[in-house]
Design a protein around this ligand. Structure first.
Ligand SMILES: NC(=O)c1ccc[n+]([C@@H]2O[C@H](COP(=O)([O-])OP(=O)(O)OC[C@H]3O[C@@H](n4cnc5c(N)ncnc54)[C@H](OP(=O)(O)O)[C@@H]3O)[C@@H](O)[C@H]2O)c1
Length: 260
């Protein structure tokens, strides 16, 4: 097992799925992890599991939907631990596959508050502290869903498209300030989020597989980490397919649930 160059890592959305697997990966590789989310019982169980393997972990109960508070909360935590080396904005919710005819403003607002406002507030709070130190690594868990406009998951896709745009822009500016920025674009990963999906999810991988790929990419300060490989190849050709055909296929294979 390789040793992580990062010593102190904060991961939001670490009570399940990709975030929990990434926390285990970092802990196995010798880093101390702070695992953040809303469900304290799940965080405590993860901390316990990591400690049983001789790792170091701390639970942080945090709701990223309260985005206005994050500068203060994450800033204070950063001071308390003596500075995070890596901060991963991973917390997110699915959109239930909503289309134009099924989406309601209140649902979309919540998804934006968590997946976009909460995510950028997490990164900006960490960035302030890292800029003062002149080092650090910001990691954004976005999605391949934001790379191509589909008529399903309108709100989810839009939050991820916006988040990816924001993070791509951050990387250029922050490089000169000693801060790395890695954008993660997963395809389908098995988790509580995707367990709810009723449609086929080609090339789905486990959260542990995703975490391994992510950890390697973050360690190398890779600009954009896309996976799995089959989607990387598919996206090379996606621009050649008419959008009307892509939209038709998406609605047929991933129809929204009636109550979405
Ligand atoms: N699974 C996929 O196929 C896939 C593909 C592309 C991108 N992603 C992205 O990967 C990230 C992780 O998703 P996952 O698949 O691992 O799903 P998951 O198992 O449902 O995990 C989502 C995590 O986000 C946390 N979270 C949700 N709302 C939160 C809030 N308001 N404040 C703090 N934490 C919150 C959840 O914890 P609590 O409920 O305890 O707060 C949970 O730990 C998400 O950003 C997702 O969009 C997933």
């Amino acid at each position: 097992m390789s040793t992580s160059s990062a010593k102190k890592v904060l991961i939001t959305g670490a009570s399940s799925g990709i975030g929990a697997s990434l926390a285990r990966r970092y802990a196995q590789n010798g880093a101390q992890v702070w695992v953040a989310a809303r469900r304290k019982d799940r965080l405590d169980a993860l901390v316990n599991e990591i400690e049983q393997q001789q790792g170091k972990a701390t639970a942080v109960v945090l709701d990223v939907q309260q985005a206005d508070d994050l500068e203060e909360v994450i800033g204070a935590l950063d001071d308390e631990v003596g500075g995070f080396d890596v901060v991963v904005a991973n917390a997110g919710v699915g959109g239930g596959g909503r289309t134009a005819s099924s989406i309601r403003y209140a649902d979309a607002k919540r998804v934006f508050e968590i997946n976009f406002m909460g995510a950028i507030a997490t990164l900006l709070a960490a960035q302030q502290k890292m800029m003062a130190r002149g080092r650090g690594q910001l990691v954004a868990v976005s999605s391949l869903a934001g790379e191509i406009a589909l008529p399903v998951a309108l709100d989810y896709g839009a939050t991820k498209a916006g988040f990816s745009y924001f993070v791509r822009g951050m990387r250029h500016d922050l490089k000169s300030k000693g801060i790395g920025v890695t954008l993660i674009l997963p395809g389908f990963v098995k988790s509580e989020m995707t367990d709810k999906n009723k449609f086929p999810m080609p090339f789905i991988i486990t959260a542990d597989q995703a975490a391994h790929i992510m950890w390697r990419g973050i360690e190398k300060n890779t600009a954009v980490v896309r996976f799995p490989l089959a989607y990387r190849l598919a996206f090379l050709f996606a621009g050649l397919v008419p959008s009307s055909l892509v939209g038709w296929a998406a609605l047929r294979t991933a129809p929204p649930p009636p109550d979405a």
